[in-house]
Write a protein that binds this ligand. Structure first.
Ligand SMILES: Nc1ncnc2c1ncn2[C@@H]1O[C@H](COP(=O)(O)OP(=O)(O)OP(=O)(O)O)[C@@H](O)[C@H]1O
Ligand SMILES: [Mg+2]
Length: 279
């Protein structure tokens, strides 16, 4: 029989959890809003780089028409500079388009109706959220760096998942991996090389998403408590301790399972396994 005090504590935990869920829901909306707002200025960047390229071509034509009036050295200099400018504009456009496609995908993942399964390119989601997590770590932890290796199952068909949920699960596991290497880097310094390896493997009608790190690893106590709500080893304000329980719920909802293996001071490997359903 649980005591009144225990029940009260459970109630408080549930209330906290509810608050967290509300925060996450509004974060989703906020993300979609930001993505939407960023698309317009990005389009300007891309369009002006295209326009400048056209102008540069016109300039080249004018130069060709007047080559005889310029000293040969100057004409060469001008052509070199124009070639560099053309290359730079190409890069601005290429990276602008890359940014557009990234935010487009994020918008797509965060827009699905609650619980709706959509045939999704899991490899693309894994790739995008890996790098999203990486950049978030770089922005928040001065001196953070890690070697990321990625290996994706070839010719993977779209898999029916709730993309915004799978993204959340992934982001948590990836962030945990990054944090684990960051912790080990703090402890061991420059002789240590942080590594995180990401892969997807399709076999026997299942997809395994493998996230492995050579970070701090887990003690037996941490291994036991990892799925408990509010269990965290992170300093106050850095982790809520809800990540893994949310991740497990999400994977369960996809009729999947999570396996992990961890060695203290050496690293951790998480495998999220979901059935490959076409719809
Ligand atoms: N890859 C990992 N390496 C080492 N420890 C890990 C790893 N992943 C999880 N853990 C341990 O499990 C704990 C719980 O993880 P969980 O994701 O549930 O919460 P959190 O990351 O602390 O906070 P958040 O709610 O922000 O995700 C972590 O605090 C950490 O101690
Ligand atoms: Mg976490």
């Amino acid at each position: 029989m649980e005591t009144v005090e225990e029940l009260k504590q459970q109630l408080r935990n549930l209330q906290d959890q509810l608050k967290q869920q509300e925060k996450l829901a509004s974060l989703g909306l906020l993300t979609a809003g930001i993505v939407h707002e960023i698309r317009n200025p990005l389009n300007f960047v891309i369009n002006f780089s295209k326009l400048s390229d056209t102008l540069l071509n016109d300039l080249g034509d004018d130069l060709d028409d007047n080559l005889d009036k310029l000293p040969a050295d100057d004409a060469d200099d001008i052509s070199d500079i124009m070639a560099d400018l053309r290359e730079n504009l190409g890069k601005i456009r290429e990276h602008g388009e890359r940014a557009t496609s990234i935010i487009q995908n994020i918008l797509q993942y965060s827009r699905g109706k609650e619980g709706e399964r959509i045939p999704s390119d899991i490899n693309a989601i894994v790739h995008e959220y890996t790098w999203l997590g990486y950049h978030a770590m770089r922005a928040n932890y001065n001196g953070f760096n890690v070697t990321i290796t990625e290996q994706y199952a070839e010719a993977l068909p779209p898999i029916a998942v709730v993309p915004q949920d799978i993204s959340r699960a992934l982001l948590n596991v990836v962030n945990n991996a990054f944090y684990a290497v960051w912790e080990r880097l703090q402890a061991e310094g420059d002789s240590y090389h942080p590594e995180v390896a990401i892969s997807t493997i399709a076999a026997n009608g299942e997809l395994s998403i493998v996230i492995s790190d050579n970070g701090i690893g887990m003690t037996p106590e941490v291994k036991e408590k990892i799925y408990q709500n509010f269990f965290t080893t992170k300093p106050l304000g850095q982790g809520t301790g809800l990540g893994m329980s949310i991740t497990r719920n999400i994977i369960n909802q996809h009729n999947g399972r999570i396996e992990f293996d961890s060695v203290e001071h050496s690293g951790t490997c998480f495998t999220l396994i979901i059935p490959i359903l076409k719809k």
